[in-house]
Design a protein around this ligand. Structure first.
Ligand code: FCB
Length: 455
């Protein structure tokens, strides 16, 4: 257990507190007002892909409940709301005509946030690639890189003057590896060479988009969001250490090295052999273009063993409903490592939270495990700040219970409970705690001192 934060809070005055969601997981309205299909719409229809056989057609019906949900966000007292734009809602085919009704939805979202004093944090790609682009080869096809740059520029023209940050991609590792190597996520491809080419195209499109956005005078701060975890050996053996180094290479250094050093890690390239991506001259320099921020999504640590399969359940750490260990100190370790190993820009935690089996009793959800998870991870960010890491914000995943990808609606990550039948929203105890915490934070700011107690 981490020490509670004392009144010498490490959080600086402008530190941004937020909540996060993504388009496919909450919007619903999958085929309304001109929206085109995405690879996740298609994937959900395939038998055996989603645990509870559900889909995103209605989700949290956020598309129709926008004003209410914006009020909910504002009532929490957060500084910022992280959301994603659904590419097929605004440009249904990924190419060609733009959809005014789709763009209008995001205009209302952004303006509604600003009117309520909440800063919009926009993500361009939270996985819902337009199906038509996938039919033309998807992220494995180099043309998609250029379609993404056009999409980024189009969104910036409409919204860039009003959003605080633009994230190119959310978790490229997930898109590449879970989407194209293990195939447990959309588009469900199982081919390592394809996955590695996809990862290269995601990185390249990130770098090219940043340059194009800056060239057209984009006013938002620009960056990417990576899912990173400290990777640790189960056993103190040479074999486990070697495998851990490779796993860290594949999941973390594969993205960090090109972004901050302009090259892929040599050990991973050697391991991949013929499955290494095709890289054209100039690509690496494009990828390494400086960012204004780096976003981190952190949930747990990764344990690695050369002996498969192995059990981590007896590690002594509490497990979430996803089976992930609750390991807040890993967040401090990760942030310190990034700060020490790479020339990182200021960082944000852009997602952090936990699924637990919630029970609603008399209209209340006493989710003490989630509350303590969030409090301890906030404390972990504080500890990183104390160690000199430049951190600018922290966002809880997630505002609402929502469609948790291959787990469907069975896993609840929200600090706000959603009854999917009635679409009623109910603040869980964790949401009320976060709201109180932010109020205390604001009161302390008002006093001119970043005092913070009770975490
Ligand atoms: C992250 C995703 C987010 C959510 C959380 C639990 O990998 O970015 O959409 O599913 O995990």
């Amino acid at each position: 257990m981490l020490a509670p934060l004392d009144k010498n809070s490490p959080f600086p005055k402008g530190f941004v507190w937020g909540v996060a969601t993504s388009a496919f997981q909450i919007e619903g309205a999958a085929a309304e007002d001109g929206k085109g299909p995405s690879i996740w719409d298609d994937f959900c229809r395939r038998p055996g892909t989603i645990a509870d056989r559900s889909h995103g057609e209605r989700a949290c019906d956020h598309y129709h409940r926008l004003e209410n949900d914006l009020d909910l966000i504002a009532d929490l007292g957060v500084d910022a709301y992280r959301f994603s734009v659904s590419w097929p809602r605004v440009r249904p085919g990924g190419d060609g005509a733009w959809n005014e009704k789709g763009l209008d939805f995001y205009e209302r979202l952004v303006d509604g946030l600003l009117a309520r004093g909440v800063k919009p944090y926009l993500t361009l790609n939270h996985w819902d690639l337009p199906s038509e682009l996938h039919a033309k080869g998807g992220w494995a096809h180099r043309d998609t890189v250029h379609r993404f740059v056009e999409y980024a520029c189009g969104i910036d023209k409409r919204l860039g003057d009003r959003v605080s940050t633009i994230t190119t991609h959310n978790e490229p590792w997930v898109i590449a590896t879970l989407g194209h190597e293990t195939g447990i996520f959309a588009p469900g491809i199982k081919n390592r060479a394809v996955a590695m080419q996809v990862s290269h195209h995601l990185l390249l499109s990130h770098g090219l988009a940043l340059q194009a956005l800056r060239a057209q005078g984009c006013k938002s701060r620009l960056g990417i969001v990576l899912n990173l975890s400290p990777t640790l050996p189960v056993n103190d053996t040479e074999a486990d250490h070697a495998k851990t180094r490779l796993e860290d290479g594949r999941s973390s250094r594969w993205y960090l090295d090109p972004l901050f050093r302009g090259s892929y890690p040599a050990d991973v390239l050697e391991h991949l052999g013929a499955d290494a991506p095709k890289v054209e001259g100039g690509d690496m320099a494009h990828i390494a273009v400086p960012m204004d921020f780096l976003g981190i999504n952190y949930y747990t640590r990764a344990m690695v063993s050369a002996a498969e399969p192995f059990e981590v359940s007896d590690s002594g750490y509490e497990l979430t409903d996803m089976g992930w260990e609750v390991y807040p100190e890993g967040l401090t370790d990760l942030l310190v490592r990034l700060h020490e190993d790479y020339p990182v820009p200021p960082m944000y935690v852009k997602e952090n939270g936990a699924a637990f089996k919630d029970v609603m009793v008399n209209g209340q959800v006493h989710d003490e495990q989630r509350r303590s998870y969030i409090a301890n991870h906030i404390a972990a960010v504080g500890n990183a700040l104390r160690r000199g890491v430049r951190m600018e914000g922290y966002m809880v995943w997630s505002l609402l219970d929502n469609f948790e990808w291959a787990s469907g609606y069975e896993k609840r990550f929200g600090i706000v409970h959603v009854d999917y039948e009635s679409q009623r929203r109910t603040l869980k105890d964790s949401a009320m705690w976060y709201r109180d915490f932010l109020q205390r934070q604001k009161a302390a700011r008002g006093l001119g001192a970043a005092q913070l107690t009770g975490v």
